[in-house]
Design a protein around this ligand. Sequence first.
Ligand code: PMV
Length: 338
Amino acid sequence: TATAAGDATAVAHPNIALIKYWGKRDERLVLPWTDSLSMTLDVFPTTTRVRLDPAAGQDTVTLDGVPLEGEPRRRVVAFLDLVRERAGRPARAVVETGNTVPTGAGLASSASGFAALAAAASAAYGLGLDATGLSRLARRGSGSASRSVFGGFAIWHAGQPDHGADPDLGSYAEPVPVPVDELDPALVVAVVDAGPKAVSSREAMRRTVDTSPLYRPWAASSQADLADMREALRRADLDAVGEVAERNALGMHATMLAARPAVRYLSAATVTVLDAVLELRRSGVSAWATMDAGPNVKVLCRRAEADRVAGVVREAVRSGSVHIAGPGPAARLLDADA
Ligand code: PMV
């Protein structure tokens, strides 16, 4: 790619997990307890430009033109420190990020954000990573970002707890071949509450792993869910994909509800959408729900039925917003003169 030395721009899309990542076995390296599997979306890309500025004393980080502060800025600077250490180049950088995700849409903007940052920063600092290396690097920014390096469907390997001398190497995402035209999947995203979450996913995961009596059973069942999911994707069996995705997500939320103190992301509006999804299924429409670290609901259905599903969901949430997404592309660098 025609990227000028020390200056690179990358685009990445969010992903939604059908088999969830929930719980780290190593916080510093961001190594999960379980494998996860997701679909990268074709909506809401993040674009990030990283420019080295050797004369600067510190990094400049902006999001949609506004300087980042506090914890969000600290995370980006810590990520750049990791890239600098690997590149052996101490130069500070100017990082400009543009998000198209509706604010607080609960659409894993950290996944598209750190995938785009990893791609742009590794190019600007000349790390020369392949896609696997890029996925490992993105993982360090946000676990789910490891999957947004790839388009379509991707599996993120937890890696073996005893993976040789360097456990970092064993945990990365890779594409899962899926007959996408046959499956014809869409995710109807119901934004029921765009407010910030009360508990960060980092804190919620920690609490769940440390205190929930349901965590270990869920982690074990998630491994079985993954095998069923891979088989269902291979067969392009949308109903089986949806059934497994929904039970895996509900199980993840059960682990949080059993944490001490409980973490409850699901709201009354969430349950209203879940009822609408059940009603759709009763009327013969394939529709299955999944929720992440927030009250918003993503409904898996056939692309051909997505408008009808979106209409029913819109009617159910009223005050929220509803978006339709399909499978999206891998993270990529933009040409310098594009
Ligand atoms: O990568 P994080 O810290 O944003 O964790 C996201 C975890 C879930 O969205 C709840 C599940 C997943 O696998 O994306």
